[in-house]
Design a protein around this ligand. Sequence first.
Ligand SMILES: Cc1cc2nc3c(=O)[nH]c(=O)nc-3n(C[C@H](O)[C@H](O)[C@H](O)COP(=O)(O)O)c2cc1C
Length: 247
Amino acid sequence: MSSDEPSIGRRYLQETRYRREGLGERGPAYPAVPRFKEYPQASQRLVLDPAPGPAAADLWACLRERRSLRQYRERALSLEELTALVWAAQGVTLAGHPHLLRTAPSAGALYPVETYLAVHRVTGVDPGIWHLHIPDFALELLNPGDCRRALVEACLSQNFLGAGAVVFIWTGILNRAMSKYRERAIRYLFLDAGHICQNLMLAATALGLGCCPVGAFFDEEVEQLTQVDGQEEVALYLAAVGAVEGR
Ligand SMILES: Cc1cc2nc3c(=O)[nH]c(=O)nc-3n(C[C@H](O)[C@H](O)[C@H](O)COP(=O)(O)O)c2cc1C
């Protein structure tokens, strides 16, 4: 590649800019896919109860105190804590809307980001990889068992991924967003994931827990853990959560 040829990342940003001279459709059209993913074959299903929320927290204090924390205590999370975290990340706040509007914004209300949990230590929840079913606010067990070692390895040997109580894993379903926004949709996938993760971090802070986002991972290994194909649904982002000292 010659040095004056723009790199793939720069080309992507240039080629997906909205320009006044033409917002017309460019590039191939992509098929619509279902708005919600579900696993009817899941070996366990756990419907979460979002009703009894934890004690109120001061938003400004949470913004001040939010930090990426990577040292976790042994303590398991309670189901109530897990429920609050999941709700903060992707809870439905306008159930009457056809897209089930959530705690985090999403471009075009398409919600291309799927949430999976690697549960290590949550009271009353079996360890394993779970998927969040949005309409029922339910966890679906995809792969039972201890996945700590695989997760640490998938995340470039960052040990805190195995030390926390739960790891949130976010993937993106490309056509759910590309069917409307074509190539520009890829920008929105990452923006959506960022909003979700910040909600999670603030909720973890409000609950006195520690949380750390993770963007360094071997994509294919995370996709294997979540059983997604890495083509139509790809790994985007993770975040570890656990109990911490002094909170
Ligand atoms: C997109 C993104 C990816 C990140 N990836 C990692 C990671 O792989 N490992 C890690 O330890 N921290 C990771 N972090 C956390 C940052 O290191 C952290 O946000 C930064 O040092 C600022 O500290 P603070 O979050 O405590 O304010 C990531 C943060 C972001 C926003």
